[in-house]
Design a protein around this ligand. Sequence first.
Ligand code: SAM
Ligand code: SF4
Ligand code: SF4
Length: 346
Amino acid sequence: MEPSAEGPLLRTPLTDAFGRPLRDLRVSVTDRCNFRCVYCMPKEVFGPDYAFLPRAEILTFEEIARLTAVFARLGVRKIRLTGGEPLLRRDLPTLVRMVAAVPGIEDVALTTNGALLTRLAEPLAEAGLRRVTVSLDALDDETFARMNGVGFPVARVLAGIEAAERAGLRPIKVNAVIRRGLNEHAVLDLARRFRGTGHVVRFIEYMDVGTANGWRLDDVVPAAEILAQLDRAFGLEPIPPEAPGEVATRYRYRDGAGEVGVIASVTRPFCRGCTRARVSTDGKLFTCLFASAGFDLRRLLREGATDDEIEAAIRAVWSGRRDRYSELRSRATQRRRKVEMFYIGG
Ligand code: SAM
Ligand code: SF4
Ligand code: SF4
């Protein structure tokens, strides 16, 4: 059957070479960041002279909204704005409003380091943002400063989380990357702080995204170790996934104090359920976080392609997709050149 032009629900379902549908879209709205996290943009590599993308190369709001509409025609219902630090993109609430208005888009979410959330939570929620994930890797300033690379204080991120709460962006997910020798003690601190609040802390295994962070397997704290710590301290039991393709494995505290999760992309890869497409700051389509190259959607947009032509291009890329990097991870795959997380959108 030919795909119909009448609406997203009537089109031929799009699946990749392993039968995985395209469900979620992540867009990196800027490659810049006000932090220099050791695991993402270490300050030794991303110093004052680092050349970020010039403005003309970055997708405009209109281009992002147009791509979102084409992705929605292909079955995408959820969009997450990320980066870099998305709150550094000027007028971000305007973009939220534009993508929230796209027919078919049911959920607009954001991942942020929280530094500017106190000022922006309210306008973002008003514009149609539904959910926010705030990254926070420790609760003591000394460790957090070592993680974020710029000495940013914990209290200001916590104030951002409170502002998001007040703006109705609940429940909040709090992401913490745990790196061996740096912040293992933050596991119990963060769990204790957010138990009973309704917010969900998710502990992320340190991943070999990009090449700048100098990743070593020895620096990964396996999810099993994190879970054992939590279980000893509070008692945990597993709970089923909320939605298909969910990357976090969910647990609840036995005493009813809420939920916690781990994202174990190194020790328990979840490529089989991976339904995410990513669009980089300059409009390249990536079908895996660990890819080396993407498909240039910006060129199509700027050369006057029609929506149908852009849709056909995305279909072709997705239907040929065979990515399963984490399942195949080895010394050889790690040495491959890979794009950086702040550019592709974490
Ligand atoms: N700047 C925002 C933030 O930090 O939340 C959004 C972009 S950041 C790239 C998205 C997420 O990726 C953050 O939660 C961050 O902790 C995570 N991340 C970055 N580098 C990582 C790595 N090497 N391993 C695991 N997670 C990583
Ligand atoms: Fe910036 Fe987020 Fe990367 Fe940290 S993880 S350097 S906050 S983009
Ligand atoms: Fe998806 Fe690639 Fe991650 Fe596997 S490694 S879950 S295919 S992004």
